[in-house]
Design a protein around this ligand. Structure first.
Ligand SMILES: N[C@@H](CCC(=O)N[C@@H](CS)C(=O)NCC(=O)O)C(=O)O
Length: 207
């Protein structure tokens, strides 16, 4: 395998961010192709499912962020070998994918309609998922979601909780994770301090 190109929005978060971090941790050489929303509008029809992220490998374009997380997670030592632990990792990643799906559905809305949809997201979808992640983290020992070590599930939860706390989503209170599950915020902070994750952001911020 030669040339790898990951295409996604130029944002600090979202669906491709865990893959970017995993590839960085694994020392996997790739083109980090970051696009604007208007560029996406122009290329949307040419992607396999009219969505990003896309992954181009040796000229063929592939989709699905969690498939990318698993593929590069395995190469980077961030995905469990044990089937049960892999299931635990996948359950968390797929729950977060559902949350992304419901979030993206609010992106075209405006004004009062946006406010109502976002408040519903915060009160129902997000609160439910934050509680779910908190329960799963505790049942896995409180430090990592699976296999007693850093996996792509931790990266995906870290990216989401960090994004919520940044206040980037209008009408979503930035203190929601702290109010619902402070332990998950502590998990986010611990993952941020993992050497491979800290090195990724140090390199990004240096550019
Ligand atoms: N299940 C897909 C979902 C991809 C997806 O919906 N991506 C969003 C951006 S985060 C998108 O491109 N939406 C454009 C559209 O639906 O028009 C994945 O995980 O990669």
């Amino acid at each position: 395998m030669n040339k790898i190109k990951l295409t996604y929005f130029d944002i600090d978060g979202g669906r491709a961010e865990p893959t970017r971090i995993a590839m960085s941790i694994g020392g996997i050489d790739f083109e980090d192709h970051r696009i604007s929303f208007s560029e996406f509008g122009r290329m949307r029809a040419s992607t396999p499912l009219n969505a990003v992220p896309t992954l181009e490998i040796d000229g063929t374009v592939y989709t699905q962020s969690n498939a990318m997380n698993r593929y590069f997670g395995k190469q980077a030592g961030l995905y469990p070998d044990d089937p049960w632990q892999a299931f635990r990792c996948d359950e968390v990643m797929e729950a977060l994918e559902d949350v992304m799906h419901f979030t993206v559905r609010t992106f075209g809305l405006q004004g009062e309609e946006l406010k109502a949809a976002r408040q519903k997201l915060a009160d129902e979808t997000f609160t439910k998922c934050i509680k779910f992640l908190d329960v799963r983290l505790e049942s896995a020992g409180g430090k990592y979601f699976a296999d007693g070590r850093l996996t792509v599930a931790d990266l995906k939860s870290f990216v989401w909780i960090r994004s919520l706390k940044s206040g980037v989503l209008d009408h979503i209170p930035s203190d929601l994770p702290d109010r619902v599950a402070p332990r998950l915020v502590q998990h986010m902070e611990r993952i941020a301090a993992e050497p491979g994750v800290a090195a990724y952001y140090a390199a990004i911020n240096a550019n």
